[in-house]
Design a binder for this molecule. Sequence first.
Ligand code: SF4
Ligand code: SF4
Length: 971
Amino acid sequence: MSEAMANGGPVETSGYSQEAPAVARNWGGSIHGRPVPGVNQPRNAEAVSFFLDGDEIGAAPGETILEAAKRQGTEIPHLCFMDGMRADGNCRACVVEIEGERVLAPSCCRAPKPGMKVHSRNDRARHAQRMVLELLLADAPQTPHRPDSELSHWAQRLGVERARFAPRRQPEPDLSHPAIAVRLDACIQCTRCVRACREVQVNDVIGYAGRGSDARIVFDLEDPMGESSCVGCGECVQACPTGALLEVARVEPVPAAARTVPTLCPYCGVGCQTSFHLADNRIVAVTGRNGPANWGRLCVKGRFGMDYVRHPQRLLVPMVRRADVPKSAVHLVDPGDPWAAFRETTWDEALDLAAGGLRRTFTEHGAPAMAGFGSAKGSNEEAYLFQKLMRTGFRTNNVDHCTRLCHASSVAALMECISSGAVSNQVSDVQFAECFIVIGSNPAVNHPVAATFMKNAIERGAKLILIDPRRTELARHATHLLQFNPDTDVALLNAMMHVIIEEGLTDRDFIERRTRGFEDVARTVKAYSPEAMEHVTGVPAATIRAAARLYATSKTSMIFWGMGISQHVHGTDNARCLISLALMTGQVGRRGTGLHPLRGQNNVQGASDMGLIPMFYPDYRSCEDAAVRADFEALWGVRGLDPEKGLTVVEIMKAAKRRQIRAMYIMGENPAMSDPDVQHVREALATLDFLVVQDLFLTETASFADVVLPASAFPEKTGTFTNTDRRVQLGRRALDPPGQVRQDLWIIQEIASRIGLDWSYGEARDVWSEIRRAVPSCAGITWERLEVEDSVTYPCREEGDPGEEVIFAERFPTADGRGRMVPAEYGPAEGDEPPDDEYPFVLITGRVLEHWHTGAMTRRAAVLDEIEPVPTVSVHPEDLAALRVRDGEAARLTTRRGSVVAQARADTSIPRGAVFMPFAFVEAAANILTNPALDPFGKIPEFKYCGVRVEKSPEAVATARYGVAGGPASS
Ligand code: SF4
Ligand code: SF4
């Protein structure tokens, strides 16, 4: 027994395997005031004091003996217990003796009583604890799957070396899942994985089957894990204390992790905090940290999607276009063979050429000929410097990023109605909601950890109104499912408001004190009775009425929405309706209420805050306002900033096609895949006089570059990132960049200095200092505070300000403090393309769980590409049968703009008459098909609705595999 143990001191853990549970120890739980899924054990409502091993100690309200002991430095052995989970008390490793009681008690699920005398390490308790460990070790493999597992750790600490008992027959390993190895010979049936899967992530895959010595964990109906409904979140792996469930990557001989870097996930807007476990400048595992946005949880991308940084196609040297290879919109350059179109060069030559080419165009054609796309994947500091470069160096507001393709219409409506584009309440606030609406969003796929919070809320009694043309994953948890006809959002939402007004369910006091425009909306929605809209929306009037009543009459109701609302030519109208719905019912400004447009990219909120948009400087200050311009001219030490708002992403591409835009600098964006009607975008890119692309890989966009600058990947840099909740969080550099790759901040500054800007930022923290002056809502967030706290919510206007989690409690940031309701009428818009005889289906595009955006990163992550390797089109089985296409066969999709071939997937969640296609696959780029018509306010394209023809394809589906074959052929 170690001295520390003998003294009852804290258990030290080492190595990455111990790190996971050590980090997870702080998850949720009553200690942090967060609800523990499925809590069922009695808890003390008040603090009590009791005696532990002779010393009097205190237990906080809700603490068990185990938790109170741990908090005060006494570690009691435990295996089935894990912070943040319901205590199960099944392993009995934590038994203690309580004076006056006949039998030992499991300390993990026993509340202390005042004056109770507890012994955790007397002979009787220790004997029982050791016996439990010995029995568990008897069945364990001779060579542990995880030598640093919790079981090994406790056996060592209690001096249990070998078991005296014969092992029982052990199951064969299940290696059917690409990311997770299942070797139940090491399983101790603690059920932590069951609780992780069912109660934390609420994925309901793992169950417990058999009785007595036949008891075992199973996946679904005892399916192999790889064939089960597992979504690969890895929560069970993180919970397993023995290595019975383990990352496949750890089964292979890999060097033990030498260090751990606390950082973030680079994928979606949830902003999960992670730990990268590193060996030899390589990430060997990723675990979830106890961040406020994720409580230790991750999804399959965050946990298993980081190996893209080492992909063989990573750009390692600067390149310039070969003079003998013209740009072609038809034949993209194979990212596995960049030398077919480029030659290697030095950084000096590359930067001179890049800056020189941009400056030449600026000199010859002026500011209107210049444009830049920054990245919502880059840090706040990169976004800030990029827009500053375009505005001060090239005197243009033609600077934008993918927010235009994501929530531009939501922001347009929010700015118009409440003068703020930010979310009012954070995702985790759903725990305080009695009711919540999820509309036009599939969070289980796009924001998986946010979806777990929603499912936890439902388990605790919250009611979900799910509104979507598709029957998405959350449907099985919904109280009301409104599966409406695509593109009829305004009709449906107006009908809900009609009910609320007609039945007197509005909040009159809130309307009078806090809003204006109610009468206009009331007049408009009069014509939208549910009965009249039933045939438009396809939703029974009674269901519309029930949903409206539930939302309006619940004490606290939230609204979450996604790109199913925003990516329409009606996007701004859709969002206006949601804002009116919240305002007329007073469901805003309190915990568990509010408006939350779920942001897509990990830093799309931050990039917009930093002014990476054509109409606003940092902090959403209008570039058309002379006083604002004067402020920024003073801050940046320049004169003559562009007084007119710039062009947006799609407008820039159209202007390039017309030769009005002639030179571009594109950092970490891929418009040749992400923009609608992508063939026209590729033609526009090919038309440019000069293009600089800064990226990790030779993306489809880089195919058209004159100069390609190899950029640093997320784990290779330090910077701040702002998640969907307005949380500014610190990402820390974990890896050295490979080859000649340089930091993006360095690259931007080198270009700036070559065009004559006198900048002298050292590190990201220097840029952040300037951001605090440019963005008053972040002024209170010091770099030092971020280093300590990791995450600070804005608005945070002065140092020491805790930050506001719920905003708009008293007033909206409008001139008169009131929120404005703006009516919207349902009807056709310019550019609408409803289905017709030639194109009889509706095409809906979006994401799949495993692939992010255009797939540049996730297609190069081996596990993710193995799970979802080919382009698919999901179609209702009855439609497939009518088309005489079988599940798995090739189908051709054709719209007015182009045609692609994808693998047909029979999917009952898709409504009849519609098809769904992800846009991450270059082999069948969905955006070859999409409609570039724009919402007139947000200038967001129509990604979610256009007529498409579907037919059986004699051609096979392209099966290029980045992860396996090294890259796809040109497309
Ligand atoms: S990986 Fe996630 S979904 Fe799959 S079994 Fe484990 S906890 Fe459940
Ligand atoms: S939910 Fe989003 S931020 Fe979290 S691990 Fe998944 S992709 Fe990353």
